[in-house]
Design a binder for this molecule. Structure first.
Ligand code: ZN
Length: 247
């Protein structure tokens, strides 16, 4: 199966549309979209993003922002700006889309891949930012493969099954990386709607579960469109500005 792996759309419709268009332009064929959560929060188009996602065959998890909007997490655990937008999003979402978010699970096994928004052991909150935290999480993989988002930074953590050593690498763009059976992997496609690795383009990846390859892509999108909608909705300036820098 070929899966388009997306995470952290964050109600950024222009970015989500650009990713789907970019995949089409590159003639990437895929059977499913696997979305690793945080469809909403931060951005101006929560309903439209859920509705666009629902037009393609997909699996979608819940992220911390989705839970915050649903009232399943204490908002006090959030930065003030994130909290402001979570409350705004709660007002915007239709009953149907709230129900859609409510039905998402935090962690799900698809084929040999454990899908989790944040980390395999703490699917809602934990950030896997270094090889130490990745090493602890490799203990929690049933079959040695996990897909996570949450950090909004594309990265591959690979653990040598024999030595236990873990290394991190940033995948080159457009080059299929072969997943070596001698390693376990935690793969993060980066963020669609609010990248944080200094590259403002929307990030996504293609996973081929038969060929065992992972390919990272970036798609340019009209950032100013999203920013103008955020301004019109009165969303916080810091969140508007950061989209320009990918931070
Ligand atoms: Zn996020």
């Amino acid at each position: 199966m070929r899966c388009l792996v997306l995470s952290d759309i964050h109600a950024n419709l222009a970015a989500l549309e650009a990713v789907l268009k970019d995949a089409k332009r590159r003639r990437l064929s895929y059977d499913m979209v696997w979305c690793l959560g945080d469809v909403v929060g931060y951005g101006p188009d929560p309903n439209a993003c859920i509705e666009l996602l629902r037009t393609v065959p997909h699996v979608c998890l819940a992220g911390n922002h989705d839970w915050a909007v649903l009232g399943k997490l204490e908002l006090t655990a959030f930065h003030e700006n994130a909290m402001i937008v979570a409350l705004w999003t709660r007002e915007q979402l239709t009953a149907e889309n709230l129900n859609y978010l409510r039905a998402r699970s935090a962690r799900e096994l698809q084929e040999r891949y454990l899908l989790a928004h944040a980390s395999p052991r703490e699917p809602i909150w934990e950030y896997i930012l270094d090889t130490g935290v990745a090493a602890e999480n490799f203990e929690h993989l049933p079959d040695g493969y996990a897909l996570v988002g949450h950090t909004h930074v594309p990265v591959i953590f690979a653990q040598d099954r024999a030595s236990g050593d873990v290394r991190a690498s940033v995948p080159p763009l457009g080059v299929p990386i072969s997943l070596d059976p001698g390693f376990r992997y935690i793969l993060n496609p980066g963020g669609v709607g609010q990248p944080r690795d200094g590259d403002p383009r929307a990030a996504y990846a293609l996973l081929d579960t038969e060929k065992h390859t992972w390919t990272q892509y970036r798609a340019e999108y009209p950032i100013h469109l999203t920013q103008a909608k955020m301004r019109a909705a009165g969303l916080p300036d810091t969140l508007i500005d950061r989209l320009s820098y990918g931070r």
